[in-house]
Design a protein around this ligand. Structure first.
Ligand SMILES: NC(=O)C1=CN([C@@H]2O[C@H](COP(=O)(O)OP(=O)(O)OC[C@H]3O[C@@H](n4cnc5c(N)ncnc54)[C@H](OP(=O)(O)O)[C@@H]3O)[C@@H](O)[C@H]2O)C=CC1
Ligand SMILES: O=C(O)[C@@H]1CCC=N1
Length: 274
């Protein structure tokens, strides 16, 4: 029988994962989602055909897995109210909240729990996410498998063996959709200055990013080789790449990603103290 999964929170991230689970064949009657007001739950129940509840503790009472999908700022209050229900059953806890350490969540929920912490990204909303997962020492192999199954329903899953590495995951994938969106903005602006209509430049840039990502994922060649394949000697691409290298693109990416990981570490400390 499928494990009973309760989502605390029924917003963007929870709905995306639930939708992915259903598309991959997970039984709807094994999924429950909660939110504070019935008005927000009615469309979720009608669209996804799952159980819903405004009573977090009750929804957790029969859960094998509890997915914490509320904003980090309200997590402490939510967890402390769940403490008795969680301690009575000790389900696997999966948190998709940015920044909150597994140990902090465990303490707020009363302790001695199996906790998986996940750093997802927003492309999960279209089934093309990339998530880093960390498990504390109480998580069993079966529970790891279950967490993988749930998150793989919305994209790629990579496990890290040290929790601090989730800060690097934040830099490489959690925050990274925004880097590409910035690149699209820049390419659209530059394409417009070169005379293209803005919407044409935007569509061409996005399709090219999609095609390049797909080609790199399907190929056994390293990205550097695929790059060189586009660069005819003395041609146009070589001129553009030389410009990007001379302008320090690699250094800029390294500095931006180091700053991102550093901020993730600071946020984990700040949120952990609440
Ligand atoms: N790495 C990343 O880019 C991303 C990370 N995340 C993480 O995922 C988590 C959820 O984000 P997201 O789905 O975007 O947020 P949303 O605001 O879309 O969803 C939050 C949900 O929690 C519900 N909620 C609020 N209070 C309670 C409560 N006391 N009990 C139960 N449910 C409650 C809200 O209901 P209502 O709206 O009715 O108040 C809503 O359904 C966050 O912690 C965020 O850090 C999410 C997206 C991307
Ligand atoms: O910007 C942030 O803080 C969050 C974490 C990763 C993506 N968004």
């Amino acid at each position: 029988m499928a494990s009973q999964v309760t989502f605390i929170g029924a917003g963007n991230m929870a709905s995306a994962i639930i939708g992915g689970m259903i598309d991959s064949g997970y039984p709807r009657d094994a999924i429950t989602a909660t939110a504070p007001h019935e008005e927000a739950l009615t469309p979720v129940r009608e669209r996804l055909g799952i159980q819903t509840s405004t009573d977090n503790a009750r929804a957790v009472a029969s859960a094998d897995v509890v997915v914490l999908a509320v904003k980090p700022q309200i997590m402490r209050e939510v967890c402390e109210k769940l403490r008795d229900a969680v301690q009575a059953r000790k389900p696997l806890i999966i948190s998709v909240a940015a920044g909150l350490p597994a140990e902090t969540l465990d303490a707020w929920l009363g302790g001695e729990l199996a906790v998986v912490r996940c750093m997802p990204n927003t492309p999960s909303l279209v089934g093309a996410g990339a998530a880093g997962l960390y498990a504390n020492a109480r998580v069993s192999d079966d529970q790891r498998g279950l967490a993988t199954e749930l998150l793989e329903a919305v994209g790629l899953v990579e496990w890290v063996e040290e929790e601090a590495l989730l800060e690097a995951v934040t830099a490489v994938s959690g925050s990274a959709p925004a880097y590409f969106f910035l690149m699209f903005e820049a390419m659209e602006e530059a394409g417009t200055k070169l005379g293209l209509p803005a919407d044409t430049a935007r569509r061409l840039a996005m399709q090219t990013a999609f095609g390049a990502a797909r080609m790199a994922m399907d190929s056994d060649k390293a990205p550097g080789e695929l790059k060189r394949n586009v660069m005819s000697p003395g041609g146009t691409t070589e001129r553009a790449i030389e410009h990007l290298e001379d302008a320090g693109l690699r250094r800029i990416m390294a500095e931006a990603m180091t700053a991102c990981a550093e901020r993730a570490r600071e946020m984990a400390e700040e949120l952990g103290k609440r």
